[in-house]
Write a protein that binds this ligand. Sequence first.
Ligand SMILES: [Zn+2]
Length: 397
Amino acid sequence: MLTFASGLGSMSYMKRTVNLKLTSTTDQSAALTALADTYASACNAIVSFAREHRCWNRVALHHLAYYTVRERLPSLGSQMVCQAVHRVADAYKTLKANKGISKDKPVPTIVFRPTSVSFDKRTYSLKGDTLSLFTLSGRVKVLFVAGKHQLNLLASGVPKEARLVVRKGIWYFNLVLDLPDTPPRSGGGVCGIDVGENNLAASSTGKVWGGGKLRHNRDIHLAHRRRLQSNGSRAAKRKLKAISGREERHVRHVNHETSKAIVAEALRAGASEIRMEDLTNIRANIKAGKRVRTRLHRWAFRQLRDFVAYKAEAAGLNVIFVEPAYTSQTCSACGAIGKRERHSFSCECGTRLHSDVNASKNIAGFAKPIGSARGARNSSCKFAHQVRPAVVESPRL
Ligand SMILES: [Zn+2]
């Protein structure tokens, strides 16, 4: 996710993760598997120190566990053991932050499975399309595949920490990059984005991104899921879990593609600001039938919104969140309450629009900003003016 590190001087950096798919040979895969096994053993050994001493401070936990683990697993090497200590300390810190540790009860055991290994600059290096990775049997040089976008990021960012993970027998290297923050754009228009009721998203520039295929797939998933839920057997439960994972990956993919297209559209239209609704309470705000509501998984909306914000920021666009009230019933041309029937909005003033486009024009024009991801900046309300010449500029935070 998007995090802004306080940079050196006035320069600020932004963190992005690239997922590199490794094309490891059989021997290399075996070496990575052996490393992951031993790394997990180290983490699980460190867990017992953390539990016994109720300790998740990195330095203190290092003092408690380091030598024992080094002695027990000499092949793992000093840097990897340090990494394992960090990993365990961070996992317990997260657990504590999520109220998973209570004062009067034993510290829960966190079990580390041999599916991921943390790396840092001392345990990996990157050159061209080759990764050099520490393993128990020395360094291995593994080739990776990356898309054009990933290669661009690699070329412009500074590689930081990383995690080696395996899924279905394929190894991936999830690498965090520090990228110079794109200078913010200014003086362009406001592009309002309505995130999915009828469709996935619509923009005040008149574009609509359909949820057709996504919705269709989800309907199939829901029906299948309902059958499995009513079945209730252990096999059915397992199947249920597999389905939700697959569905989640599919939604994520669609959200990635859609957010990319939304940001491209805003840039094409010359916007310097994107406005979206704050969807925290979307369920309460949606007046829809049960069939529609069952589709509205809150996390899918939030994910699309987060992806748009993330990509918009990376492109130097200002991101503003506004209150979602009335955006779908109000006429974006005259401000009266209009008639909305599924995909079409009509008003007595003669306005006829796609209902989500009408909503996004309202977001661009009238809605009250309630938060800004980057901080307020003045902008001329280009698209809002096109809709309503006498629009009053909303107050900025
Ligand atoms: Zn009207």
